[in-house]
Write a protein that binds this ligand. Structure first.
Ligand SMILES: Cc1cc2nc3c(=O)[nH]c(=O)nc-3n(C[C@H](O)[C@H](O)[C@H](O)COP(=O)(O)OP(=O)(O)OC[C@H]3O[C@@H](n4cnc5c(N)ncnc54)[C@H](O)[C@@H]3O)c2cc1C
Length: 564
């Protein structure tokens, strides 16, 4: 059966990019339809940390952190050079702050500045230590009523007690809950709120990070009565390279042909789970793990390509990465824990390849860590690599899916997550590396811990390293000895948190054909759009900052188009 529908703007994909586009379209007076393949909003965005990299944003400026688009442009020029179009980067820097201000002034999508949150390549000109990252304000999911269930939950590894979200600022207070009356009261309040929530909701309703961003976008869409079609997948476009006039949507057993007078916005989240595209656009050997939403099967890129759209970059890294360990969840399913910021930079951890040798400054960004894995793997098998520490480290800082304060490690060994040995030799045998090499690596690293100077990889030398280290540890906040048995190891694999290759666009997010000409009426944003960072990772919020900015630019351009 084919039914027909007509709107001004059709948006495909209800992640941060698509929801932003639909919300702005409604605010601009367009008749908009948002279609989402799954039964929930949020996509990967709901499971993300929710940070946006927006250089020169006014929220940070108001908090006293000065920045300029010119400095950020120098930084991106140094990092990316001509690997992406410079006019796209300029458009991002010019419009990002305005897009955020627009949302802040007219919707519930409110952000707070992160303050100090260093860029990931602090040695490059124009890099900043503070002022570029913003995060969504926590959101009270109870405001959504029964529709709270429509918000995709975070990964289980990011929740406590099977459903309680905590933010970065909560963690020191929860860990130190018995250290001060203030911390105790704070933690008790969080816990009581969670218990009360669980009487009525499937999980806690105090939403943080990416879940707060999605909750805020969803609430704002509801307030403006923006229709969202759930279980509705875009399958094809109507039109050709000379103009797109609508799309085909499969919903239930039915096909709807939607005519879109002003255009179609593709925001289906990229190709994280499309084997063919992974093989074409990612490094070899193709990483097997993706942390993107399982429904991100490259639909937007595929239908754009079918119409004649160009892909950028055609060859390249294709992904933005994190090291991830494999977890076994309580229900028996497999999960992935992203080692983003909590453990790698802390003193007393090192990473080794199959030769038992370090190959990286463990405290670099998650993306750079995996890039180093790829490099090392060319010489010595480094996929998986192992993060090594001692039990004292885990008790103090946690390790991946094992929370700080954990002293009894047996459960984690039984579920196959952690390996341990009473000696380094025993651990080396369990993880399959040379005992002599591991002993030597740890001994050398322990000497660095005494002097505070990592002569091999310079750990602890950058602002980013120290930001994620332990400020109370001396002389170097990122280097500590591995001295107290048992010694422990967790295996890590490369996993993409976002793809970087996508549909080529111009600065208004108009999709370009293979000859570089805009296809009238077709837009792409989020991970369907080729990343302006071209496989580089400048700082916290590298994908969500551009996702929101280009959603805004796409809609403003579509608004001003003459309807066909
Ligand atoms: C653990 C983790 C932490 C992260 N933290 C950050 C961070 O702090 N900052 C940052 O910038 N980035 C972060 N990211 C990356 C970020 O989450 C993604 O880049 C971002 O969510 C991409 O947004 P999107 O809207 O393009 O896609 P998604 O958020 O993946 O949404 C895509 C949506 O499209 C839907 N869809 C798919 N196919 C179709 C179809 N055919 N028709 C209709 N709908 C369809 C999907 O179901 C999904 O709902 C993180 C990622 C992970 C995994």
């Amino acid at each position: 059966m084919t039914a027909a529908r007509e709107v001004d703007l059709l948006v495909a994909g209800a992640g941060p990019a698509g929801m932003t586009a639909a919300l702005i379209a409604a605010l601009e007076g367009l008749d908009v339809l948002l279609c989402e393949k799954s039964e929930q909003v949020g996509g990967t965005g709901a499971t993300s940390a929710g940070t946006l990299w927006i250089p020169g944003n006014s929220q940070s400026r108001a908090a006293g952190f000065d920045d300029s688009a010119a400095a950020a442009e120098r930084y991106l020029d140094a990092l990316i050079a001509d690997r992406s179009r410079r006019d796209l980067r300029t458009a991002f820097l010019q419009t990002g702050p305005a897009a955020i201000d627009y949302l802040a002034a007219r919707t519930d999508v409110q952000f707070v500045p992160c303050g100090r949150h260093p860029d990931y390549r602090g040695n490059l000109p124009g890099a900043a230590v503070a002022g570029r990252a913003i995060i969504p304000q926590p959101f009270d999911g109870r405001l959504l009523g029964a529709d709270f269930r429509r918000i995709r939950p975070p990964i289980p590894e990011y929740m406590l007690f099977g459903g309680m979200m905590v933010g970065k600022d909560d963690m020191p207070r929860l860990i130190g809950r018995f250290r001060s009356p203030g911390n105790f009261v704070y933690s008790a309040k969080l816990f009581v709120r969670y218990l009360v929530d669980r009487l009525r909701y499937p999980r806690g309703t105090r939403l943080m990070m990416g879940n707060a961003l999605i909750g805020r976008l969803f609430h704002s869409l509801q307030k403006r009565n923006v229709p969202i079609l759930f279980g509705a997948a875009i399958t094809d476009l109507v039109g050709d390279r000379n103009g797109v006039t609508g799309a085909r949507i499969r919903v239930g057993g039915e096909e709807i042909v939607v005519t879109a007078r002003k255009g179609v916005v593709l925001a289906t989240g990229g190709f994280g789970h499309n084997k063919k595209f992974r093989a074409a656009f990612m490094p070899q050997p193709v990483p097997e793990h993706s942390m993107s939403h399982h429904g991100n099967s490259g639909d937007g890129v595929a239908i754009g390509q079918k119409l004649g759209a160009g892909i950028a970059p055609e060859r390249g890294q294709g992904g933005l990465w994190t090291p991830a360990s494999r977890t076994r969840r309580r229900d028996g399913s497999e999960g992935l824990y992203p080692h983003l910021t909590l453990d790698r930079a802390k003193p007393g951890l090192l990473a080794v390849n199959s030769a038992g040798r370090r190959f990286v400054n463990e405290a670099v960004s998650y993306h750079d860590f995996v890039e180093a894995m790829f490099e090392s793997h060319k010489v010595e098998p480094s996929i998986p690599a192992h993060l090594i520490c001692d039990a004292r480290f885990i008790a103090k800082y946690g390790l991946g899916d094992i929370h700080p304060g954990t002293r009894d490690l047996r459960r984690h060994e039984r579920r196959g997550y952690l390996m341990s040995g009473r000696t380094l030799d025993e651990l080396a045998q369990k993880i399959g590396v040379s005992p002599a090499a591991l002993r030597e690596t740890v001994a050398r690293h322990n000497r660095f811990a005494e002097t505070g100077a990592d002569l091999d990889f310079g750990k602890g030398e950058t602002e980013l390293n120290r930001f994620n280290g332990d400020p109370d540890h001396r002389p170097n906040p990122c280097i500590g000895a591995l001295a107290t048995p048992p010694f422990c190891a967790v295996a890590v694999w490369p996993a993409d948190i976002a793809v970087s290759t996508g549909l080529a666009t111009d600065p208004d997010a108009r999709v370009l054909d293979a000859d570089g000409r805009p296809i009238p009426g077709l837009y792409a944003c989020g991970n369907d759009m080729a990343s302006i960072m071209a496989g580089a990772y400048p700082g916290p919020g590298t994908t969500l900052g551009p996702a929101v900015t280009f959603a805004y630019r796409a809609v403003m351009h579509a608004r001003d188009r003459r309807a066909h």
